[in-house]
Design a protein around this ligand. Structure first.
Ligand SMILES: [Zn+2]
Length: 132
């Protein structure tokens, strides 16, 4: 999924969450929308696209653990939304550059990339449901 696709998906899902949960305000979804769109694909700067750390919720869980505010919980969800977008080409078995990169040393194959994204997506959603 390209930048525009990620951005629009982020906005739609975040607005839905804002509509469902009373405790979520508009100001809380703004930074997750932008970061969820921009941060994972910032790995392009390091020429390690779909980097295994950038395309995971691990850094976000660490941030949320130390600063457990709603914005950071939504930041986890914004990364999950991004990862779902990146999972779609793998289901079509596009492979290659759609797969998860291990710091330019190797690339996971389509199946293991899908497993990595899937585990992160499920963990992120589970955490959100448990906390909210
Ligand atoms: Zn991406």
């Amino acid at each position: 999924m390209n930048f525009k696709g990620h951005f629009i998906t982020e906005i739609i899902i975040m607005l839905i969450l804002w509509g469902i949960f009373e405790q979520i305000t508009v100001s809380m979804i703004i930074y997750p929308i932008f970061f969820g769109t921009l941060i994972p694909d910032a790995d392009l700067r390091f020429k390690s696209h779909r980097n295994i750390i950038f395309h995971s919720i691990i850094p976000n869980i660490i941030i949320w653990y130390y600063i457990p505010i709603m914005e950071n919980l939504l930041f986890i969800i914004s990364i999950v939304i991004h990862l779902v977008g990146d999972l779609l080409p793998m289901i079509k078995k596009r492979g290659g550059y759609a797969c998860i990169d291990l710091f330019n040393l190797a690339r996971l194959n389509t199946k293991w990339s899908a497993v990595w994204l899937g585990v992160n997506i499920i963990t992120g959603i589970s955490l959100f449901i448990m906390v909210i």
